[in-house]
Design a protein around this ligand. Structure first.
Ligand code: C2E
Ligand code: MG
Ligand code: MG
Length: 563
């Protein structure tokens, strides 16, 4: 190796040689020279280091190629005090990684710019790091990328320009049951088989990962639209359709499949993956292949579905009424029942009125529903009379929506219900909410007066939650205030609630109205209300809403005829 040592005295050079010889790693003293460097002193490890790099013995070119020349210049010329950087290259012994550093050397005699270069071999450490990293990103059972590995893969592939891409998630439904009944070894075998089967239907360039215990995900970078994704989903389903044999068992695996197509508005791979998971979650419920849709769209579709099923349910008379008693707080006697609409749908299951009444109100279905509820409630009361063999001393409360008041002839509907059942108006209470007063006060007043003329009782439901003004309240023929359950629930520990209840009770007293407290869930609350002078109570503490037959039995078991 040629050393340019012209500007330095031999003593200096010998000193530098012994310095680099004493260093246990490749080391060299270098001096900038034009665009290149001169090698002033090198140790044998450095010579080996250069040889390893496949270098012809032309160190200048070699150094140039590695890109460390400018760094040596910068340090030697005093632009930088010292620098550290990694050097990676392939050698005959495989990839090597060096941690290199360059420091400035200043000799007492002012020898010109010099730098000391050293390189520490970190190849082994870096190899272990890589292995560990690969393990961290790999599922040991299937050797597929795990969730982190899959996402990293998607993220890097994402960067390439491509037609379109999508994540398809496959979830093995009820897999935990297989694990529980056949053991985890059988479970593992199934996972391996499923991985192999899915892998066999992938197209070139698709990436498969095991992203959860029983969840796989495919990233496909060549999808031009829905059709492509649907095809992949169908192939996955077909691949899993044949039962898997585990010793003497044939196991049917059922898979939910969901997908999210990238459309450019998702921030990263993680987001696309979350969307695919949301789709697969829906697939678990629906049993069908699901594509991710934003929640606003889902809500609109669900509402539409709810509306059309409710329309059918009404047409097929598939709704029924439950009855919840209210009792006299002074005597505990059952004085009446509130009729509450119930809907058990074949597809949707039990749907709460809290959900379907607003849909009925928005769609206008509340008109037939409201008429139906009035008619049915009166029919049940007439039926109880027949069962009892006389007039049962009960009143029946029916809810009437503000939309009915605004858009239907409620007085006519009531008249019809009374006529058809033979029940007289004095036994029926209509519950209206405060919002009825807010919408059209004149129409409401005309209606309530007409109902009073038929002897009905008028109750104000959920009182205290709306914004009715007290003047309106006084102008209307209201007989009963039903104190909303939000003030009743937990009132024994809440001074504010007690104060509100007290205020409503005294307001009712001043206006000559009776009071019912809703939502009494404990004996304590019932007692507290009785002490405050509330007339009646309703709530889970006395009974939950129940069928017409149960309601009749509930009343009769407690009925003590006056002697
Ligand atoms: P609402 O008229 O205030 O009826 C009372 C609601 O409170 C009922 O809920 C009842 O089950 C519930 N409840 C009773 N006691 C308790 C209790 O102790 N604790 C709690 N947490 N809740 C209690 P439901 O049956 O779900 O009805 C909800 C609402 O749907 C009703 O509130 C009413 O506004 C409406 N609704 C029900 N049926 C009809 C109907 O036929 N027509 C109209 N227009 N609305 C109806
Ligand atoms: Mg009510
Ligand atoms: Mg209420």
């Amino acid at each position: 190796m040629r050393h340019a040592d012209s500007a330095l005295d031999l003593h200096d050079i010998a000193g530098m040689r012994s310095m680099v010889d004493a260093i246990l790693h490749p080391a060299a003293v270098l001096r900038p020279c034009g665009d290149s460097v001169e090698f002033i002193a090198t140790n044998c490890r450095f010579d080996q280091f250069l040889l390893d790099r496949n270098a012809e013995p032309s160190p200048g070119d070699e150094a140039q190629r590695a890109g460390w020349i400018p760094r040596i210049h910068a340090v030697a010329m005093g632009q930088e005090d010292a620098l550290q950087f990694d050097l990676d290259y392939g050698s005959a012994l495989g990839p090597r990684t060096y941690s290199a550093s360059v420091a400035r050397i200043v000799l007492p005699g002012g020898s010109g710019p010099l730098a000391l270069f050293t390189a520490i071999d970190r190849s082994d450490a870096s190899r272990i790091e890589k292995v560990l990293r690969r393990e961290l990103l790999t599922d040991m059972l299937t050797a597929l990328p795990n969730r982190a590995g899959f996402l990293e893969e998607v993220e890097t592939r994402d960067a390439r320009p491509q037609v379109g891409h999508a994540i398809i998630t496959v979830d093995l439904v009820r897999f935990s049951r297989i694990n529980e009944s056949l053991g985890s070894i059988a479970g593992d075998e199934i996972i391996i088989t499923v991985a192999r089967r899915i892998k066999s239907i992938l197209r070139a360039g698709d990436v498969l990962g095991r992203v959860g215990g029983n969840e796989f995900a495919i990233h496909s970078t060549d999808v031009s639209g829905m059709d492509d994704v649907l095809q992949i989903a169908n192939r996955v389903r077909a691949a899993l359709a044949t039962p898997i044999r585990i010793s003497s068992y044939l196991i049917n695996v059922e898979a939910a499949v969901g997908c999210a197509l990238a459309n450019g508005d998702e921030d990263d791979a993680e987001e696309l993956f979350r969307r695919a998971q949301a789709a697969v979650k829906r697939s678990k419920q629906s049993g069908a292949f699901e594509v991710y849709r934003p929640s606003t769209l889902i809500e609109a579709q669900e509402r539409f579905n709810l509306e059309s099923r409710l329309r059918d349910a009404l047409a097929q008379d598939a709704l029924h009424l439950d009855f919840q008693p209210f009792v006299s707080l002074a005597t505990g006697e059952v004085v009446g029942f509130e009729a509450l609409a119930r809907w058990n749908d074949a597809e949707l299951g039990f749907v709460s009125p809290v959900k379907f009444i607003p849909v009925a109100e928005e769609s206008g279905l509340i008109l037939p529903l409201g008429r139906w509820a009035l008619r049915k409630a009166a029919e049940h009361l007439a039926h109880w009379d027949r069962q009892f063999g006389g007039r049962v001393p009960l009143t029946l409360n029916v809810n009437v929506s503000p939309v009915q008041i605004a858009r239907d002839d409620v007085a006519d509907a009531v008249r019809e219900a009374l006529l058809a059942s033979g029940v007289d108006g004095a036994r029926v209470t209509v519950e209206v909410t405060e919002s009825a007063l807010v919408t059209d006060i004149d129409k409401t007043r005309r209606l309530l007066n007409a109902l009073k003329a038929m002897d009905l009782t008028i109750a104000m439901d959920d009182f205290g939650t709306g914004f009715s003004n007290l003047a309106n309240l006084q102008m209307l023929p209201i007989d009963v205030l039903k104190i909303d359950r939000s003030f009743v629930n937990g009132m024994v520990d809440d001074g504010d609630k007690v104060a509100i209840v007290r205020a409503i009770l005294s307001l009712a007293g001043a206006l000559g109205m009776r009071t019912v407290a809703e939502g009494i869930e404990t004996a304590e609350v019932g007692q507290a209300l009785a002490d405050l002078g509330c007339d009646r109570g309703q709530g889970y503490h006395y009974a939950r809403p129940m069928s017409a037959d149960d309601a009749f039995a509930f009343w009769r078991d407690r009925y003590k005829p006056a002697t």
